[in-house]
Design a protein around this ligand. Structure first.
Ligand code: ARG
Length: 563
């Protein structure tokens, strides 16, 4: 419900247009200043009157039909106090049927995220791209977009030459079949440890054979990729993420020629030491190498080819890349090249980059290598959650489900609640704690709402009754402020979507939960001595529950009914 528009309707002041008034009316910062304020200073010149006088005149023009309780002129401001009861009941009414995402706007967005290099395990760093990408995808869906989730896997280049060569030299089929990704990784790590000129040149040879789809080598490469891919799928499945496309870098390897031809014919390209380059130094971007002197393609060239393919396939209105801040220069170059090539999608590209996500030194043991793996982080969170709920009176299945839902959400929320660009530290105790700015706290609030509503069922209170009278002034103020906060929800979601900044929504949910929990402590919600009040309270609880259930999935927080 747009309270500001309703307020505007009650002003019948002819010397100013609705638009002029609309532009200046703001939400009051302090409660004793009312709900909205209109500063009248800027009208003084044109209306040849003092701001005070203007405020007074506007005040006299107001229709007082119950919506506005009173208006006060204070130092050139007109402060509006809405009738809390009237507005609260109207708001409750408007929230009665829950919250729904926007209707389709017929627009298409492609989001390139997760995009792991298959030569490596998914590690802690992949939490950021994966979860931020997914949350942005959900925000776009919420706004009515058709979203295509693209996992542009790194399945191209020398690492695979090394891997396949290591397999041929030291590996065997049975071991790989039995141990899957671990065996492949061990072979790769062994190669990297023993790497020398001779091994390298062998790996290059194999790499070339993979590119040429050699009859003997290519099937081995395909097999290795298949195993690595299903490992990535298994992990993504655990966090509930499903991609529409897994087309990786290698898919574009034989689509380089048109890109190279285009760069040449556009006049942008130059040959430098045998390589094809575009000099972007006048844009402060340095040089972009399009084709190496040995003919090999490059990351940026494959990205150019992928873009062309994606535009033809999806006809996207927006294309978003989610990667670490370290890739900024790459994407600036890519976007500049598209602009210079006058691509129809040049102004539809966006790079959503993020800061580093890490654990405090030595805190989470990695099963393999130096860096904690994606799953190490998940397991650490799940372990903590399990400790916390062992004594609860729940079945084993219930506990297992809670551990999964709370653990995964806790890691996700640790990423999403902080500004995208900032570095983040994953502290498992903090992230899984029930109090503090955490997802378990949010889930707990939802569970509390569910439990209240369940109890209400046994108390046989019909919460769809007509509005009852509410006597207690104090609790009414709290209800009113909670409802007004909920009324801001869609504006907040829009802002998170527009800026691709999940922390805006995270902050809002946390504040809402805090306000609700304070309310819960301050009043007795289920008070059978006071059924009328209880009915209103329960409608509020239901509204909060609906709002949480609507927002939590946008931040990859799983819903729980009990905790
Ligand atoms: N595979 C890359 C990496 O792990 C990320 C790919 C991002 N997407 C892209 N279209 N370049 O660093």
């Amino acid at each position: 419900m747009d309270l500001k528009t309703i307020l505007l309707d009650k002003i019948k002041y002819e010397n100013l247009t609705k638009q002029e008034l609309f532009n200046l009316i703001t939400i009051s910062k302090e409660n004793n200043m009312g709900d909205y304020a209109l500063p009248c200073f800027s009208f003084a010149k044109t209306l040849h009157r003092s701001p005070m006088q203007i405020a007074e005149e506007i005040k006299n023009s107001l229709i007082l039909d119950g919506f506005i309780e009173k208006a006060e002129v204070v130092n050139g401001y007109l402060n509006f106090f809405l009738n809390k009861k009237f507005v609260a009941l109207k708001l409750l009414e408007s929230f009665k049927d829950g919250f729904k995402p926007c209707k389709s706007n017929k627009k298409v967005v492609c989001i390139d995220y997760s995009s792991v290099n298959l030569a490596k395990y998914m590690h802690i760093g992949h939490w950021s791209t994966t979860i931020i990408g997914e949350s942005i995808a959900r925000l776009y869906e919420n706004q009515g977009y058709k979203v295509y989730r693209l996992n542009y896997i790194g399945d191209y280049g020398l690492p695979f030459g090394k891997m396949v060569y290591a397999y041929l030299k030291w590996g065997n089929k049975e071991a790989v079949e039995k141990n899957g990704i671990d065996e492949i990784q061990n072979l790769y790590v062994r190669f990297c440890k023993e790497e020398n000129e001779e091994l390298l040149s062998k790996a290059r040879e194999i790499s070339k054979k993979i590119e040429d789809k050699d009859k003997e080598i290519y099937p081995i490469y395909e097999w290795v990729i298949k195993i690595s891919k299903s490992e990535a799928k298994r992990i993504l499945d655990k966090v509930g993420i499903v991609f529409d496309s897994w087309k990786g870098e290698s898919s574009y390897n034989d689509k380089m020629q048109p890109v190279i031809d285009e760069i040449k014919s556009s006049g942008l390209g130059k040959i430098s030491e045998g390589a094809l380059i575009v000099d972007l130094s006048e844009y402060n971007l340095g040089v972009s190498v399009i084709q190496r002197s040995d003919g090999a393609s490059l990351y940026v060239t494959r990205d150019l080819a992928a873009l062309e393919d994606r535009y033809n396939t999806y006809k996207f209105d927006e294309m978003i890349y989610v990667t670490a801040v370290q890739q900024c220069n790459h994407f600036e170059k890519l976007f500049k090249l598209c602009e210079l090539l006058k691509k129809p999608y040049a102004n539809k590209l966006y790079h959503a980059y993020y800061g580093m996500f890490s654990t405090p030194e030595g805190k989470i043991a990695s099963r393999k290598g130096k860096q904690a793996l994606f799953e190490d982080i998940l397991f650490a969170a799940e372990k903590k959650v399990r400790e916390q709920i062992t004594n609860r009176d729940l079945s084993k299945e219930q506990k297992d489900e809670l551990v999964k839902k709370i653990g995964k959400s806790a890691v996700a929320f640790s990423v999403l609640k902080v500004d995208r660009i900032k570095d983040k530290i994953f502290e498992v105790e903090k992230a899984t704690s029930l109090d503090g700015e955490t997802s378990p706290y949010i889930q707990y609030t939802l569970a509390r709402c569910c439990s209240l509503l369940n109890k209400a069922k046994t108390y046989n209170i019909d919460i769809n009754c007509n509005y009852a009278d509410l006597e207690d002034e104090n609790s009414f103020n709290v209800i009113y402020s909670l409802l007004k906060t909920i009324n801001e929800m869609n504006t907040v979601i829009y802002s998170a979507f527009e800026k691709k900044e999940t922390s805006i929504l995270a902050r809002y949910i946390l504040d809402l939960c805090k306000a609700f929990n304070k309310f819960y402590v301050d009043v007795k919600v289920l008070d059978l001595q006071n059924v009328n009040t209880t009915k209103i309270y329960l409608m509020l609880v239901k509204t909060i529950k609906n709002a949480l259930e609507y927002m939590m999935p946008l931040l990859c927080i799983d819903l729980v009914e009990y905790m």
